[in-house]
Design a protein around this ligand. Structure first.
Ligand SMILES: NC(=O)c1ccc[n+]([C@@H]2O[C@H](COP(=O)([O-])OP(=O)(O)OC[C@H]3O[C@@H](n4cnc5c(N)ncnc54)[C@H](O)[C@@H]3O)[C@@H](O)[C@H]2O)c1
Length: 362
């Protein structure tokens, strides 16, 4: 840890008080890792597929105090996965990221020989097997046949359409997508993706549960890539094109993304950022991009309409959202407070410099 870091942390904590958050709320946000606080539904969870995502989610559920049972492709692979889970939780505890009690709970995760055995008696079944429709169909049929009729069945699929996955589920009204992000223990966002026939009460129950364990769920539609991967892949494609066209190296693109517009993203989404920048400015930039790079930068009608109506963002009092003078002032000062705090955090925990551009010396 760098010198002065505890002072920096203290300042960050104090700024949280300024933001109206109790100092301990930083810990509250880590609550699924700190203690067994989750007491409502579900008490028992089956995790089907104990790989990168399944193990991380299992650790998170166990740390939050749920009874968790994992299974993988074979009993031997399940036993090995359990060993990895125990190691992983121990590593997190040693790094000070997880309490000793939570790590102990992760070590108590049970194993089951197959998806059916894991799902018997489970109130929530979390499927995290490889991204293969036939395999997921097979597993979802087995789980939903073995789980209690009121158990909720979810898939962590990154891209498969819900209305295709649900075809294999017994009791389709209790099925939906619950898309976590890697590493699941620490990434707060989870996409909740109902299928056409999912019961709205089931959606509400899942959203409440995720919030209770400290996650930030968003309910989204089942279009290709849902929302997160669609946006993330669009960003990745343009980043790749910049490198391919020789505009910048991979390292330079990473620097630009994380330090320019990416710097803002922990606090604001693209619509809030566009409102603060000025929608007329965005429309002009898009015209130049379209002239140089083609149709994929065509300005959507909704943006053209807003600019024509004079709704150019915070500066005019309305853009995608509406702002009174008072709200605009508050937004801008709270924005600046967060950016200043983030700069302090970056001083304490700078970006991880790992990897080199091709040909660069180690
Ligand atoms: N890796 C990511 O960043 C990420 C992020 C979000 C969502 N996802 C999605 O989560 C799911 C799992 O991805 P992952 O990255 O954890 O994959 P992974 O390959 O690390 O894990 C999948 C696990 O499923 C096991 N498995 C295979 N056949 C099985 C069977 N018949 N029964 C039980 N388990 C079986 C595998 O042995 C493996 O341990 C996929 O749908 C993927 O698209 C992945």
């Amino acid at each position: 840890m760098r010198r002065g870091s505890s002072r920096t942390t203290q300042r960050l904590l104090l700024q949280n008080v300024d933001l109206g958050l109790e100092p301990q709320s930083l810990n509250e946000r880590r609550r699924c890792n700190k203690r067994g606080m989750h007491e409502g539904w579900p008490r028992t969870v089956a995790v089907i597929g104990a790989g990168t995502m399944g193990l991380g989610v299992a650790e998170c559920f166990a740390a939050a105090g749920m009874e968790v049972r994992i299974t993988d492709a074979t009993p031997q692979m399940t036993r090995e996965a359990k060993e990895r889970l125990v190691e992983r939780a121990r590593g997190h505890a040693e790094a000070g990221l997880l309490s000793a009690e939570a790590a102990k709970r992760a070590a108590e995760v049970e194993t089951a020989d197959d998806a059916q055995a894991a799902s018997r008696g489970a109130e929530l079944v979390f499927e995290a097997a490889p991204e293969d429709l036939d395999l997921k169909h097979e597993l979802l049929a087995a789980c939903s046949g073995a789980a209690p009729p009121d158990a909720v069945i979810v898939s962590n699929t990154s891209s498969l359409p819900m209305d295709e996955l649900v075809e294999a589920v017994e009791g389709p009204e209790r099925f939906l997508g619950m898309h976590w992000f890697n590493p699941p223990e620490w990434t707060p966002g989870v996409e909740v993706i109902p299928a056409a026939g999912t019961d709205a009460e089931v959606v509400g129950k899942v959203v409440r549960f995720l919030r209770e364990i400290g996650k930030r769920p968003a309910v989204v539609g089942s279009g290709p890539g849902f929302v997160a991967n669609r946006i993330q892949m669009a960003l990745f494609l343009e980043a790749l094109r910049c490198v391919e066209e020789g505009l910048a190296s991979a390292q330079e693109v990473d620097e630009v993304v994380r330090s320019c517009f990416g710097f803002r993203l922990p606090f604001f989404g693209p619509f809030q950022i566009a409102d603060m920048a000025g929608l007329d400015v965005y429309a002009s930039v898009l015209r130049t991009l379209k002239d140089g790079l083609g149709e994929r930068f065509e300005t959507p009608g909704v943006l053209r309409d807003l600019v024509e109506e004079g709704r150019t963002g915070t500066k005019s009092g309305a853009g995608f959202l509406e702002y009174s003078d008072e709200e605009r002032e508050r937004l801008l000062i709270e924005r600046d407070r967060r950016y200043a705090a983030l700069n302090e955090l970056l001083e304490w925990l700078p970006p991880v410099e790992a990897g080199r551009d091709e040909g660069e010396e180690a």
